[in-house]
Design a protein around this ligand. Sequence first.
Ligand code: ZN
Length: 477
Amino acid sequence: MEYEAVIGLEVHVQLNTSTKAFCSCRAEFGMEPNTNVCPVCLGLPGALPVLNRDVLSCAVKVGLALGCSIQKRTKFDRKNYFYPDLPKGYQISQFDMPAALGGEVRIDTPGGDKAIRVKRVHMEEDAGKLMHEDDGSLVDLNRAGVPLLEIVTEPDINSPEEAYAYLTKLKSIVKYLGVSDCDMEKGSLRCDANISLRPKGESRLGTKAELKNMNSFKAVKDALSCEISRQTEILKEGGSVAQETRLWDARQSMTFSMRSKEEAHDYRYFPDPDLTIFLIGDNEIELARAAIPELPQQKAERFIGEFGVSSYEAGILTAEKSDADFAEECFRVFDAADKKPVVNFLIGPLLAEANSRGCGLRGLGITPPGLIELVLLVQKNIISNLVSKSVLKEMIDGKTTAEEIVKTRNLAQISDTSALDGIITRVLAENDKSVQDFRAGKSNAVMFLVGQVMRMSCGKANPKVVKELLERRLSDA
Ligand SMILES: [Zn+2]
C-alpha cells in the first residue's frame, strides 16, 4: 500500500522589539546572565504585565503579510506548566483568541505552485534558558519575556521538501518585514512538526507524532524523512503508530520517543486576569499595512515582468531582500533590454562567491556599477567568460576594478589571428591523433583542440576565433 505524509508545522519567531513583551527590560542578547530582568519577567509576586504595543503591531504585520484576517479582539491566556526556566509557573500565550487567523504561504513544488494554509498567528513570551554544567544547571532569565510569534500551518504539507520550501518562504517573508532576523542557529526561529501517514486517497488523518529539537531547515527535512520511513514500516507490518512527542537526534539521524500521549501536558489554559482583551483598530491595521514593504512574491513577479527573468531566477534573486535590491540596482545600471548576461552573472559566479564566503551579494564589496563593468568586458569580448571568474575573485579580494585588473594582469582576450597562429601551429603539431580524427570525420575532435589552445593561452584566447581558425587550418591541408 502507498502512504501519503500529512505534515503541519509550528514555527516560533523571536521578535526583534527593543524591549520585552510585558515589561520594559531590554530584549537584547549576549548580555551577562540575569542582567535584563525585572520583577515582571522574574515572576515576582504582585508584579503586573503591560503589553508592549510593538509586539501587537509585529503580529498584525506578519498576519497581513501571510494574508490572514486580523482579529479585532485578541486575548492572552496562561499556559500552565512547571519548568525551571519559567519562573511564573505559566507562560503568557494565546489560546482561543489569537491575533490573526487563516492565511497562506505559496511555495514552488515540482508539481507547480502550492498554497500552504496558515491556521493562526499568535503572540506569546519566551522562557529563560537553562545551561547544564557538570555540577548542576544554571538558569539565565534574560530571554524570559522576550516576545515570540507562533505561526501554525494546517496539515497541508505532504513531503519533507515541501516543509523545507515552506520554511524558506516563511523566513524570507518575515525577514522582509524586518520583525526578526530568523536565525535558526541563534534560536530566533524554531520549528516543531506534526506528522502522520495515511493510505493514499484516504481523507481521514492517521495518528500523528510531534517532532522536536530540530535546529536547522535541513534538520527538519531529515527528521521528517526519517519519521516517514519509521511510520511506513510500522504501518506496513500492520502495527499502529503511537501518539507521542519524539526528539530528533542529528548525530544519529534518528528520532527518539520523548513522551507518550498519557504523559502529555495538560496546560489548563485560562484567560490571564492581569491582561485585558485587546482591541485592534482599523487605523492600527492600516498603519501596519502601510509599513509592509514589497514582499518576495510581489518582487519576484515584478522582476519577471520588468527585467524578463524566469520565475526560477526571480525566486533565487528575491529570497533575501538585500540581494534583491542589489540585483535591481545592477539591472538598472545595465543599459541593454536583455538582462540575461547580468542574471547569469548574479546567480552564477557572484552567488557562488557569496555562498562560499557566507555573506549576501552586497557583502562581497562589489558595487552594482563595478559588477556591470565586468559584465560588459565579457559582452564586448575583451575577456572570456573563464577569465571573468578569476577577475571577479580578484575584485572581491583586492578591492580594485575589473578594468584595472584586466589591464595590469594583461588578461585581455586574444582575438588577433596572428597572435593565435603560433599557438595553433604548436597544438596541431602536438596532437596528431585529434587532427587525424577530425580528418576522419569526427568533427568533435576540434573541441579538444580548442581546449588545448585555451590552455596554452592561459584562458586568454577567444574560443570562437580559435575554433574558426582551427577549422580553417584543418580543412586547408
Ligand atoms: Zn522584565
